[in-house]
Design a protein around this ligand. Structure first.
Ligand SMILES: Nc1ncnc2c1ncn2[C@@H]1O[C@H](COP(=O)(O)OP(=O)(O)OP(=O)(O)O)[C@@H](O)[C@H]1O
Ligand SMILES: [Mg+2]
Length: 520
């Protein structure tokens, strides 16, 4: 059953129910992506579990989200329950060995695993707009905010930093509009309100430092197995946009950071996207196009992406077309939409003369699926009606105590568990700010001298700090603002330093990738 270079999925049956042959996923096609679909309770999560086990045993790290908490059992030894033993016997899996897998638990909220964070800067305007469900006008303003920050080299760490930048933009909207394009004060205000909502929904846990390093989800154990990163997503699912945006961000990070490897013997990482419909639900067209592009291109970085969802219609056609390895569990066919889903699912398979796909899909048992994977030179195998193997690890959740044990001995223990002291993040900004303040003061003093040499040209002209050319020319007193310098917060001061950098164009602009996260 266990063959080199392949993951055993299960055993197919002939129309008379006798055993046909083992069905496998070839590791060298593991980066050609996949799809697991089926109605609720038909066996999708178990299928995900056995694939994750297979990849891990082959030395391939796996990342998956645990939407219902029932995937955590992959970190514990399986138990010889009757129905599992029966399944093993039915498919001729002998010996049926139990095994526990090396898992790393992650949790945006830090309750059921190690904290995962990123910074606002790293997420970028496109995904942040998606997270906020921004209107076009709001997205325009966010783009400008990132332009100001990126060109000035200002790290936006968390939601508060972005709020501060937006404050600055609101206060100086008309002047900044000349330089960066129209900034509507109303949009700035509405974004700020949205950010507050996000904060209340717990998104503030997600933004900050230390940010997740993707190398930490690409670990292997000393005995050569791939670590399985399990993201606790039960609480996260209450904020589906945060869930979807987080996974997209991770995909985007992988894409931007990993080198090209062509088609490797086995994937560098496999990424399971459970509840994949959340990625695409009401997603703006441009985002869907970018996702499609990333999915297409990430293959040559050795990353396999597996979408898990109830209905194949949940995944846009352009993405669907790229998913080479398919496992279709049972679908119902009551409503017209369900019937359409059955037809779509059936039509995408390479037909098997022994049966009619559409008929079979509605009659599959639990833990049974139509399976077609890539073979030979990369063409889909003839679809087979397959009984999926039982997992080697535990089916069902870990107890809290078991989970804690895993967390306590985790290889990333201590790396992410504490927030970086906010002061240390601010320190960096403070340094910039102090320098900026110094320069501003020098400029102000120069200005106070009788107008002798104003032709220097290198002086910054971004508005709002009391010493820009426009205000000086209009005879406004710079003093009130200058005295305000003493009271300004570090962030405001940093903003000034950014303003200076942008205005003088000496900043090293940050470069963004397809999904808008930072390129390195
Ligand atoms: N390969 C299998 N071998 C043995 N039992 C299985 C197998 N697959 C599924 N089952 C049984 O079916 C149950 C439901 O499976 P699973 O949780 O994977 O469904 P699901 O499609 O993920 O459902 P949901 O959409 O509700 O998340 C399992 O708890 C298990 O009892
Ligand atoms: Mg499930």
């Amino acid at each position: 059953m266990l063959q080199e270079g392949k993951i055993y999925i299960g055993t197919s049956r002939k129309p008379d129910d006798s055993i046909n042959k083992g069905e496998y996923l070839e590791l060298k096609f593991g980066n050609r992506h996949g799809l697991i679909t089926g109605a609720t309770g038909t066996g999708k999560t178990v299928t995900l579990q056995i694939l994750a086990e297979g990849f891990s045993n082959a030395g391939v790290p796996v990342f998956c989200a645990d939407v219902k908490g029932d995937l955590s059992g992959i970190g514990a030894m399986g138990e010889p329950k009757d129905f599992l033993l029966k399944r093993a016997e039915q498919i001729g899996l002998d010996p049926y060995d139990f095994q526990e897998f090396p898992v790393i638990f992650w949790d945006l909220y830090g309750e059921k695993g190690h904290r995962v964070r990123t910074t606002i800067s790293e997420m970028g305007p496109l995904l942040l707009s998606r997270l906020m469900n921004a209107t076009d006008a709001q997205e325009g303003v966010l783009n400008i905010a990132f332009k100001i920050a990126d060109e000035g080299g200002l790290p936006l760490l968390d939601l508060k930093d972005l709020q501060a930048l937006l404050n600055y933009m609101g206060e100086n909207a008309s002047e900044l509009s000349n330089q960066f394009g129209f900034i509507s004060k109303a949009s700035v205000g509405s974004i700020q309100r949205e950010l507050l909502i996000l904060e209340q929904q717990g998104a503030e846990h997600f933004f900050g430092e230390p940010a997740l390093k993707i190398t930490d989800i690409m670990r292997t154990t000393n005995d050569g197995r791939g670590a399985i990163s399990v993201l606790a997503a039960d609480k996260l699912m209450m904020n589906p946009r945060l869930y979807a945006t987080f996974l997209l961000w991770l995909l985007s990070e992988l894409f931007e950071e990993l080198p090209e490897v062509g088609d490797p013997d086995k994937p560098k990482l496999v990424f399971f996207f459970d509840e994949a419909h959340l990625l695409f639900n009401d997603a703006p067209k441009v985002l869907v196009e970018r996702v499609e592009q990333v999915v297409r291109l990430i293959r040559s970085k050795g990353v396999g992406v597996y979408f898990v969802t109830q209905n194949p219609l949940d995944v846009p056609e352009a993405v669907l077309a790229q998913l080479g390895n398919r496992i279709q569990h049972a679908l119902r066919a009551y409503s017209p939409r369900e019937q359409k889903a059955v037809k779509t699912a059936a039509d995408t398979f390479r037909p098997n003369p022994d049966f009619n796909c559409a008929d079979v899909i509605t009659n599959l048992g639990t833990g049974e699926a139509l399976v077609s994977t890539l073979e030979g030179k990369g063409s889909p195998s003839i679809v087979e009606r397959t009984l999926v193997r039982p997992p080697a690890s535990r089916l069902g959740p870990l107890t809290d105590a078991e989970r804690q044990k895993v967390v306590d001995v985790s290889p990333v223990r201590g790396l992410y568990d504490e927030d970086f002291d906010r002061d240390s993040a601010y320190e960096m900004l403070a340094k910039r700010a102090a320098k900026a303040a110094e320069q501003a003061e020098a400029a102000r003093q120069a200005e106070e001298k009788p107008a002798e040499d104003t032709s220097g040209g290198s002086r910054w002209t971004l508005p709002g700090f009391g010493d820009d050319a426009a205000e000086a020319a209009s005879g406004k007193q710079a003093r009130p603002r200058s005295s305000g310098h003493k009271r300004e917060t570090i962030m405001e001061a940093a903003m000034k330093s950014v303003a200076r950098t942008v205005a003088t164009q000496v900043g090293r602009a940050l470069v963004r990738g397809i999904l808008g996260s930072l390129k390195r």
